[in-house]
Ligand binder design. Sequence first.
Ligand code: FAD
Length: 326
Amino acid sequence: MNISEYKGILVFAEQKDGIIHKVSYELLNKASQLSKELKAPIYSIVLGPNNMKVDELIYRGAQEVFYVEGDEFNEPQELLYKENIVAFIKKLKPEICLFGATSFGRSLAPRIASGLGTGLTADCTDLIIDSDRKLVQIRPAFSDNILAHIKTKTYPQMATIRYKEFEEAERNIGAIGKVTKIESVDYKNNLIKVIKEIKSDTTDITEAEVVVAGGRGVNTTEGFNMLEELARLLGGVVGASRTVVEEGYISSSQQVGYSGNRVKPKLYIACGISGAPQHIAGMKESLNIVAINTDPSAPIFNIANVGIVGDIYEILPKLIKKLSSR
Ligand code: FAD
């Protein structure tokens, strides 16, 4: 591999309905810091619906935006995205590629890394450049007990970065950059057949102000219907521990924790969740935590502002009745 062929920092901009996810602006902010040290250009790539507005990425610091247009890109289809992005990266040869560690970014980035035959550091919390011009990717390890500093030998150096870790890049409406349309690759997905669609909340859980989360103590459909009703009354969304995601009660996009989403709502209601370190890693920064659990020694009570020892099947109906009558 000839490392000198690789130049620039590429930020993958995630979008939904043509609206860029804020994590992309956070990545552009970090890219701007790195580019000053590397003296490297900042590129961004976005795949999205027809007539999408991409200038916002220029205002946030990208010097050149590449975009692929097509309504099929409005669905988060990893394989379709992967085929397009791998082909593009092979041509552009950026030295660094950054993805948001969102639900989609976490699923997409490893596929791209594998398509490129390069390494990937997932869930980074910081990035720095060392004296050899190498990217040092920093991420918590061993249940957040140490901060690992990781360098990849392969190029491009790829990382996913947690959402809300950096400030968004400032918006400069006078910024000038280049916008280049690239053609979509011819790809037909013969690998996936949809056999069951798991219902997922349409609101992004990482943006919600109220999260009503359920764990193994709620493992019935009736229990999750109650959580949905409570979330609706509070203007929030339903979250979950990994256990119930694995049991198929709720989509993985709603998982909170170390291997799920990191949330910081104003109110987090943990229902029938024990409070394993891997769950707490994703919600401990919530402003107010209410825990409902039958076991008074459940670790979730150690971080709760309000703890209720009791059965959710007795407590939640009362709470829902009270809120419904307001
Ligand atoms: P449990 O630990 O079984 O707790 C259920 C709780 O419900 C108990 O405290 C019980 O007292 C209470 N309960 C039972 N019935 C009732 C009732 N009727 N009313 C009220 N309370 C009741 N987990 C995550 O959540 N997110 C992650 O991202 C995540 N990532 C992981 C990554 C790795 C590498 C590993 C190894 C594990 C990860 N886990 C994650 C799993 C984690 O370790 C725990 O196993 C999981 O969080 C436990 O889920 P839980 O609290 O729902 O279940």
